[in-house]
Design a protein. Structure first.
Length: 92
């Protein structure tokens, strides 16, 4: 099977979205526990030498913070009020 550039981009985009979803769900599920980025990486099973997994989680945290769903201060990762309200509306 040959993967074209656009298929690869969609695949990467889908992977990024899946990781963002997992990160947000984990942060919301553990709230009000305050997590560090390192703890979040361990919670999601990407500890150790898997630098690509850690990098993906760091990108997800950065992108979710940019979207206003997470706060990332120093090493702490917290859900925003908007994320908590959305989770509440979904019955979380």
């Amino acid at each position: 099977m040959v993967v074209t550039g656009s298929e690869e981009i969609r695949s990467t985009s889908a992977q990024d979205a899946a990781i963002e979803s997992a990160v947000l769900q984990q942060v919301l599920a553990l709230h009000p526990t305050i997590l560090t980025l390192a703890e979040l990486v361990r919670e999601l099973g990407e500890g150790g030498d898997r630098s690509s997994g850690r990098d993906a989680i760091e990108r997800a945290v950065r992108d979710l913070a940019g979207a206003g769903l997470l706060l990332h201060r120093d090493s702490l990762v917290l859900p925003t009020r908007a994320a908590l309200r959305f989770d509440e509306l979904l019955g979380g």
